[in-house]
Ligand binder design. Structure first.
Ligand code: NAD
Ligand code: WQD
Length: 337
């Protein structure tokens, strides 16, 4: 299939492009590089041994999108492009609504103009808000604690409304849990700009000596060791989930929602111990007060994806830590070197 990947230069997008190319798909990447590097594209080409077109374009630029669609003639879109920093979304909500929500409206309008109605969207477990885990697709959504999360919820609703108005659209909403890890080659991985907000990039930058110490946000939660529990999923497993979603789009019509998680929860201390255990590196850490907005436990029920997509996560936390470390230690300054 000819697949347009918006945000394809980013962390999850680059890993997905590689899986799509290896799965025999034709890939076109559209990205404005606001949170990524063209080096990731180069490395995906190098790893796959295949060439593909990259369009430096913003999803809010309608005439730019039209030119891309005319050239690429995609049969489906995987839509990763968006801003994703929770804290920043609280400081700059308009930027998040404009980029994520406005950008998606623009993208869907152009898709409609071109008669293209197949889309896979990157949603997030954040749409479940405070539901009790394990979280499953039929639970109520929308109780999000920050503007970033609300953009994900609103985009889901927007896509549901498009489908309700025209059921010849084929839409898959994928709700990711906590992606970590990197491709086994150590050539592509997560490359956050500035100081990381998320646990794994922060932890690996401490391990490589870029940051002094990891702060563990709270050890007084109602969990077995007092630290928060999350459903960490290897980014390559997540990328493979998109390949399954594309296959599903080809076979089954409609709008469907799937969780992509492992179904297992690990605490912050479990991750720290697994990282030290698998890599042997020194990892200074301290316990600090809770971070506002964090929930004690978030993990998935991912049975639906297993049953209907034929997908399940293969990699455990040791492998997630090993691959993160290979990427981080081989590329201490990310794509900048
Ligand atoms: P990322 O920042 O690495 O990738 C997003 C990409 O989109 C970047 O390359 C960025 O340059 C591009 N982009 C942003 N705004 C754009 C615009 N207006 N036009 C064109 N390109 C634009 O993030 P990621 O971790 O790879 O996340 C990919 C998607 O998955 C995002 O939509 C994110 O919200 C969602 N998601 C991520 C996580 C996570 O923890 N990483 C969890 C759940 C959902
Ligand atoms: C994981 C755990 C922290 C950093 C966020 C978004 C969510 C989704 C994934 C996109 C928590 C703890 C973290 C640190 C720590 N993104 N932590 N020290 O908060 O589960 O989810 O990313 O959709 O929407 O909210 O991920 O990696 O930030 O935190 O102790 O320096 O690690 O308290 O328990 P989170 P995270």
């Amino acid at each position: 299939m000819r697949i347009l990947v918006t945000g394809g230069a980013g962390y999850i997008g680059s890993h997905t492009c590689l899986e799509l190319l290896e799965g025999g798909h034709e890939v076109f990447v559209l990205d404005n590089l606001c949170n990524s590097s063209v080096e990731a594209i180069k490395r995906v080409k190098e790893l796959s041994g295949k060439s593909f077109e990259f369009f430096n374009c913003d999803i809010r630029d309608k005439s730019g999108l039209r030119a891309v669609f005319t050239k690429a003639r995609p049969e489906a879109v995987i839509h990763f492009a968006g801003l994703k920093a929770v804290g920043e979304s609280c400081e700059k909500p308009l930027e998040y609504y404009d980029n994520n929500l406005g950008g998606t409206v623009c993208l869907c309008e152009v898709m409609q103009e071109f008669g293209l109605k197949n889309i896979v969207f990157s949603s997030s477990a954040t749409v479940y808000g405070r539901n009790e885990p394990p979280l499953s697709e039929d639970m109520p959504t929308g109780d999000c604690s920050n503007p970033y999360g609300r953009t994900k919820y609103m985009i889901e609703e927007l896509l549901k409304d498009i489908y309700a108005s025209d059921n010849s659209w084929n839409i898959i909403l994928l709700r990711y849990f906590n992606p970590i890890g990197a491709h086994k080659s150590g050539r592509i991985g997560e490359n956050p700009k500035g100081i990381p907000n998320n646990l794994m990039p922060y932890l690996s930058q401490v391990a490589v000596g870029k940051l002094a110490e990891l702060s563990i946000f709270g050890d007084d939660y109602e969990t077995p060791d007092g630290t928060c529990i999350r459903d960490y999923i290897h980014v390559v497993d997540l990328a493979k989930g998109h390949l399954c979603a594309i296959n599903r789009l080809e076979q089954s019509k409609g709008l469907e929602v799937f969780n992509l998680g492992t179904g297992h929860g690990y605490s912050v201390l479990d991750i720290v111990k697994a990282f030290i255990g698998t890599t042997g590196v020194n990892l200074p850490y301290k316990i600090t007060p809770r971070r506002a907005g964090d929930l004690a436990a978030v993990y998935s029920n991912s049975q639906k994806a297993t049953e209907l997509l034929g997908w399940s996560a293969q990699y455990g936390i040791e492998r997630m830590c090993e691959d993160t470390w290979r990427w981080q230690s081989n590329n201490p300054t990310g794509y900048e070197d």
